[in-house]
Design a protein around this ligand. Structure first.
Ligand code: KIV
Length: 275
C-alpha cells in the first residue's frame, strides 16, 4: 500500500503505530520498502554513517539530492522524506523554500524534514504554503550539536520540557504533518504526543510516540563506532558481512573462486585462431 502524508495523519487517529527507517541508496531502499515500513528518511545522518564524519554538519544539498534520487528509484510504497541539511533553511525563508523545492523536483522526495521549533516556524509555514509537506524534528537535533555541547538528551528540566511542548504545538500550527522527537525523556515525549493531533515519530524518545524511526546501520549492526542507548540491534549484519567477505578473500587466495559455473566460454574453433 502506498504511504502518503494522509496515511501518517490517519494512523494517529486510528491508533496505528508508524515505522520509519533511514536509507541512502537504491538496494537498501528496495529491501526496506519491501519490508513494509511506512516511511523512508534520507537523513543527514549520512554524514556519519555514509561519509564517516563526526557529525551531520558537512552534509550538502547536492548529497541529499543524490541519495534521495537513488532511494526514490528503490522505494515504491514508502513515504520518501528528505532531510534539509544544516544551513539550507536558516539563511532566509526564500532559500528554505527554494531548497525544499529542489529536494522534491530534483530528488523526488514527497516531504522534507527540518530541525527546530519556534526558530524555524516561518520557514516551515512558507514551505508548507508552497505545497511541500514538512516533517518537524525537535529534541536532540543533531544539527545543534555545537549549541548543545555534544549529543546530549534534551528536555530534562521543567522549562526545557515545556519549551519542547510549545515547539511541537507551534510546528503543528505552522503546518507540519508529523514531528520526529529525538533524544528526550519518555514521559516528555508522551506529553508532546498527547498535545498534538499529528503523529510523533520517536528515536530515543520511548514507547508513547505514534511511531519510531532508526538509522538502518544501527539496527542492523553495521555501524560500530558507537551504539546509542536507544538502539536495538535486530541483527549483527556487520559480523555476517565480515565472515562472508573473509570467505571470499580466502577462496580467492586459494584459487577456489571463481568456479566453472562463474566463468564464460569461447568456442574451441575461435580459440584455436588465437594461437
Ligand atoms: O538524519 C537522520 O537520520 C535523522 C533521524 C535519526 C531522525 O534525522
Amino acid at each position: 500500500m502506498k504511504n502518503t502524508v494522509l496515511t501518517f495523519k490517519q494512523a494517529k487517529s486510528e491508533g496505528k503505530k508508524l515505522s520509519m527507517l533511514t536509507a541512502y541508496d537504491y538496494s537498501m531502499a528496495k529491501i526496506i520498502d519491501e519490508s513494509n515500513v511506512n516511511g523512508i528518511l534520507i537523513g543527514d545522518s549520512l554524514g556519519m554513517v555514509v561519509k564517516g564524519e563526526e557529525d551531520t554538519l558537512s552534509v550538502t544539498m547536492e548529497e541529499i539530492i543524490y541519495h534521495t534520487k537513488a532511494v526514490k528509484r528503490g522505494a515504491k510504497n514508502s513515504l520518501i522524506v528528505s532531510d534539509m541539511p544544516f544551513l539550507s533553511y536558516h539563511v532566509s525563508i526564500e532559500q528554505a523554500v527554494s531548497n525544499a523545492g529542489r529536494l522534491v523536483k530534483e530528488g523526488g522526495a514527497s516531504a522534507v524534514k527540518l530541525e527546530g521549533g519556534v526558530n524555524i516556524a516561518a520557514q516551515v509555514k512558507a514551505i508548507v504554503d508552497a505545497q511541500i509537506p514538512v516533517m518537524g524534528h525537535i529534541g536532540l537535533t543533531p544539527q545543534s550539536v555545537n549549541t548543545f555541547g555534544g549529543f546530549k538528551v534534551q528536555g530534562k528540566s521543567k522549562s526545557a520540557a515545556k519549551k519542547l511542548i510549545e515547539d511541537a504545538v507551534l510546528l503543528e500550527k505552522a503546518g507540519v504533518f508529523s514531528i520526529v522527537l529525538e533524544g528526550i525523556p519518555e514521559k516528555v515525549a508522551e506529553l508532546i504526543t498527547s498535545s498534538v493531533s499529528i503523529p510523533t515519530i520517536g528515536i530515543g524518545a520511548g514507547k508513547y510516540c505514534d511511531g519510531q524511526i532508526l538509522v538502518y546501520q544501527d539496527m542492523l549492526g553495521m555501524f560500530s563506532d558507537f551504539i546509542p542507548k536507544f538502539v536495538k540491534q535486530y541483527a549483527n549484519l556487520g559480523m555476517i558481512m565480515k565472515e562472508a567477505i573473509g570467505s571470499y578473500v580466502k577462496e580467492v587466495q586459494e584459487g577456489a573462486f571463481p568456479e566453472e559455473k562463474h566463468t564464460f566460454k569461447i568456442d574451441e574453433s575461435e580459440l584455436q585462431k588465437l594461437y
